[in-house]
Design a protein around this ligand. Sequence first.
Ligand SMILES: [Zn+2]
Ligand SMILES: [Zn+2]
Ligand SMILES: [Zn+2]
Length: 102
Amino acid sequence: MRTVMAIVLAAAVPLAFAACKSGGDQPKKCESCEKAKSANGWCADCKVGFRDGEKMKCPSCHAAATGKGGWCDGCGKGYKGGKETKCKGCAEAAATGGTCPT
Ligand SMILES: [Zn+2]
Ligand SMILES: [Zn+2]
Ligand SMILES: [Zn+2]
């Protein structure tokens, strides 16, 4: 009985060590980030988005910049047809398909 236990333990220890090492040393590569980069998408795991290779940390801005448009209250700016705008009316009009009241 004792020898069996010793063999099991001896086999288990190097395996656990190898599993731990492979996850620790390598630089982190996030698959959904890679996907997001090529598709102007958003990575929910890292809370970061990409547009034309540039990182965007605000989800509302990212959605507005990569979609038709929209306004981000948190940043005080919006996007219209992929371009940044400081006019809230223009940004909201771009999102809804309407026209800017101002
Ligand atoms: Zn990621
Ligand atoms: Zn924003
Ligand atoms: Zn406007």
